[in-house]
Design a protein around this ligand. Structure first.
Ligand code: OTN
Length: 484
């Protein structure tokens, strides 16, 4: 029965309290995020570390489970170096492939010999997961674990069956969820995992929820009923436009509709399961020296940031450590420069100091001036029952900009469903910005880039929605030179 309801649990959440008290705030509408999902959204970027036995094989991305354990031998593993890199890139969380599809475990699991216990590295006494979580703790990075559900090494056993595997995987999940401190995300890759049914994931899900109540679950396919977050539908960093946090897999009549629902979400979907965008900084997921010249440029990373974080998604950026067990200097440099460019661009909202008015203004604590007060605790809201609003900013002087950003109050649900931005030099004749016309989603963050325009007036037109607008911030910006 393909048309069954998926994403069952994640939507049944209660709205988190809104930041302001006193004057009556707008009521939440539609589905709203759980506290776990709000915390996840605020990370914006998460690092993905694909590291394992594949790193030591020639050009292997998905090992066959047969590589000898002895080849695992990083010469200078230093998870502290990984974390320093994340710090300089402003990345607050990281996920390690504790076991990829080859089945090799980066920790000394009691339940298999196919792990670091039999590696040359540290004469079998090492534990990469321990070093990873300890470094996360030391640097204040949130640790996450990828325990690949698909395991080619286990399939090599002559008496393999899914019931045995269910218990094997559960035991390993227990080790990782119990012995390594707080885990902020688990990643259930759907790749190769079609034989793993929802009842299996039900068994495993209970372990995660019991041991790590705050852990965000990335789920795909048969693990969707437990997912806090969904796959975005491609590995190119291109989240949809729109990219609603809500979706619903019931409507999946064919493959194209399935991918569209992952990529764009569904405004009236039946579950709140926002999209995570996984993409590698290199062509492959694991490190290969041949790809040192193909590390994504800062401009390519900026494009990805805008089409992931800037499309109401969270970016899971893969940074594969090399055979030394270190991040390559080129990868580190590019993400530090990306961070510098993002900070530079968004540190200066060019609407700051403008006069601002709205045709639909709740006023008081929710006055439209809060759109440009650079304060995440405040927001603008319209009056109940009125979804539309024209918001006009009169800048102190004519200003040139090539980028805009809006942030909705996600705790109150997706509200606005169509919006556009226009500019003017005299406040009478208005010109549309084509790239910012007929936009649909805002969500956590929406970024639009365009050919530079110079204007003294900017108008944000909220054209449709299911309830009055509730928006934290709106701004126009000039993209930093380093991003071009
Ligand atoms: O061949 N594939 O399995 C594949 C090719 C390109 C992009 C994705 C995939 S598998 C895909 O991986 C996702 C994570 O990146 C999720 O796990 C999906 O469920 C899975 O189908």
């Amino acid at each position: 029965m393909k048309l069954k309801k998926l994403f069952l649990t994640a939507g049944l959440t209660v709205a988190a309290s809104t930041p302001l008290i006193g004057q009556k705030a707008p009521e939440p509408c539609g589905l709203t995020p759980s506290p776990r999902q709000i915390e996840w959204y605020n990370r914006e970027i998460i690092a993905f570390f694909h590291f394992g036995i594949n790193t030591f094989e020639d050009f292997v991305n998905e090992g066959d489970g047969k590589a000898p354990t002895a080849i695992f031998d990083p010469t200078a593993l230093d998870c502290g170096q990984w974390m320093q890199t994340l710090k300089s890139a402003g990345i607050p969380a990281a996920i390690l492939t504790a076991k990829h599809a080859d089945g090799f475990c980066l920790w000394p699991s009691k339940y298999t010999d196919y792990c670091v216990k039999n590696a040359t590295w540290k004469e079998g006494k090492g534990d990469v997961v321990r070093e990873f979580v300890d470094a996360c703790e030391e640097y204040g990075i949130k640790a996450g674990i990828y325990l690949g559900p698909h395991d080619r090494h286990e399939h090599l056993h002559p008496d393999y069956n899914t019931e045995k595997y269910k218990h094997y995987y559960a035991a390993q999940l227990e080790e990782l969820m119990s012995d390594y401190g707080k885990i902020w995300e688990t990643w259930w890759d759907g790749a190769g995992a079609d034989e793993l049914t929802t009842p299996l994931y039900t068994h495993w899900y209970k372990i995660v929820r019991e041991k790590q109540p705050d852990c965000v679950i990335f789920g795909t396919k048969n693990s969707y009923p437990f997912a806090d977050i969904r796959w975005m539908g491609n590995e190119a960093g291109q989240a949809g436009d729109p990219c609603w946090a809500t979706t619903d897999s019931i409507a999946i009549r064919d493959e194209a509709a399935y991918y569209q629902a992952l990529n764009e979400g569904i405004y009236d979907g039946n579950a709140y399961v926002p999209a995570e965008t996984d993409v590698s900084i290199r062509p492959s997921w694991f490190y290969h020296p041949e790809e040192d010249s193909r590390v994504k440029t800062v401009k390519e990373l900026w494009d990805i940031y805008c089409s992931s974080v800037g499309h109401n998604s969270v970016l899971l950026l893969n940074l594969p450590p090399d055979r030394r067990g270190l991040l390559h200097s080129k990868d580190s440099l590019h993400i530090a420069q990306l961070n510098q460019g993002i900070r530079e661009t968004f540190s200066k909202n060019l609407l700051t100091g403008s006069r601002v008015s709205a045709t639909n203004n709740r006023g008081g604590k929710f006055d439209v001036k809060h759109l440009i007060d650079n304060n995440k605790q405040t927001y603008y809201a319209g009056r109940d029952g009125r979804a539309k609003s024209d918001i006009t900013f009169t800048l102190p002087r004519a200003t040139t900009f090539d980028c805009l950003m809006a942030e909705e109050v996600i705790e109150l649900g997706h509200r606005t469903s169509r919006w556009s931005v226009e500019y003017s030099t005299n406040g009478k004749e208005w010109t549309s910005i084509p790239e910012a016309t007929g936009k649909q989603c805002i969500g956590y963050k929406w970024i639009v880039r365009f050919t530079p325009v110079t204007a003294k007036y900017v108008r944000l037109r909220i054209e449709a929605g299911r309830a009055c607008p509730a928006i934290h911030s709106f701004g126009v910006y000039k993209q930093a030179e380093i991003l071009k």
